[in-house]
Ligand binder design. Structure first.
Ligand code: CP
Ligand code: NVA
Length: 303
């Protein structure tokens, strides 16, 4: 079964196939055509956290492809102890063709994939956000022309989004640089795993955002406080204050560098209005591309 739980579970050819499907479906959509490649298919989504982009883009993607979708909050699905997780997984996956989950605990998604009967997609967990990173590399390819030899510089928290971006860059031949404070960087364990799978990949960590962006093709940031970390909000605002992507940091980068953010953005914290709204920003192109990527993913999984 073609699950998407972490990018490293896929072969590079799989990732390339998803991006190719996404590009073809975006072109088709732009030309005003929507081929019902997934007529009669059913998507189910169960989310423990809020979502605008992920939930709606997956739902719209399935409907544009001729299928239909069902959304359940985790409470409605009974993830809170009404019955065992395994039983929920067995029952739910017998009703649908593909299941997207957004969870606090990554292991919950793994459990669904282990016992379920249909492909499972990680729509964000505490560990990773693979669909976002695939979309981001798709967008980077659109704006930079190629990925090989390009550099994505991530400034901020070494979180779920950073992990998936590092994996996507390693798989697709882009260099990945992360500028994060001590204690919020990618773990040595994760880096060792990445390097052992892709010995020639370029992944660099630093604590200095100015030095990091000096050779950036893309500057990327995400919120300092992810969903579920709200209790650490004040502490994180202090720790990450020097990591704001603002006009001064943008000036330290090549003038051709683009700005990316997975959204939602906390304007005035990790990024200023000036950067979000600058001509270098491609954040809304990224957001739109979630739809095209979702379609590419479903077509790869289900046809
Ligand atoms: N980028 C992203 O996953 O956004 P949502 O939380 O709105 O789904
Ligand atoms: N790192 C953020 C991403 C939101 C799309 C979070 O987990 O809340």
């Amino acid at each position: 079964m073609k699950h998407l739980i972490n990018l490293l579970d896929l072969a590079v050819e799989d990732v390339q196939a998803i991006l190719q499907h996404a590009a073809a479906l975006k072109a088709e959509c732009r030309a005003g055509r929507r081929t019902p490649l997934l007529a009669g298919r059913v998507l189910a989504q169960v989310f423990e956290k809020p979502s605008l982009r992920t939930r709606v883009s997956f739902e719209a993607a399935m409907q544009q492809l001729g299928g239909s979708s069902i959304f359940l909050s985790s409470k409605d699905a009974g993830l809170g102890g009404r019955e065992s997780i395994e039983d929920v997984a067995r029952v739910l996956t017998s009703y649908c063709d593909v299941l997207v989950l957004r969870t606090f605990s990554h292991t919950l998604i793994e459990t669904f994939a282990r016992v379920g009967r249909c492909p499972v997609v990680n729509g964000l967990s505490d560990v990773s956000h693979p669909c976002q990173a695939l979309t981001d590399l798709f967008t980077m390819q659109e704006v930079c022309g190629t990925l090989e030899g390009r550099t994505l510089v991530y400034v901020g928290d070494g979180n779920n989004v950073a992990v998936s971006l590092a994996e996507a860059c390693a798989m697709l031949g882009a260099a990945f640089v992360i500028a994060a404070p001590e204690g919020y960087q990618l773990t040595p364990d994760f880096l060792a795993r990445l390097q052992s799978r892709f010995p020639h990949c370029s992944v660099t960590q630093t604590t200095d955002p100015r030095e990091a962006v000096s050779e950036a093709d893309v500057i990327y940031t995400d919120v300092w406080t992810s969903m579920g970390q709200e209790a650490e909000k004040e502490q994180r605002q202090r720790i990450f204050a020097a990591y704001q992507v603002n006009a001064a940091l943008l000036k330290a980068a090549p003038s051709t560098a683009r700005f990316m953010h997975c959204l939602p953005a906390r304007r005035g914290q990790e990024v200023t209005d000036e950067v979000m709204d600058s001509p270098q920003s491609v954040v809304f192109q990224q957001a739109e591309n979630r739809l095209h990527l979702a379609k590419g993913l479903f077509v790869w999984q289900l046809t």
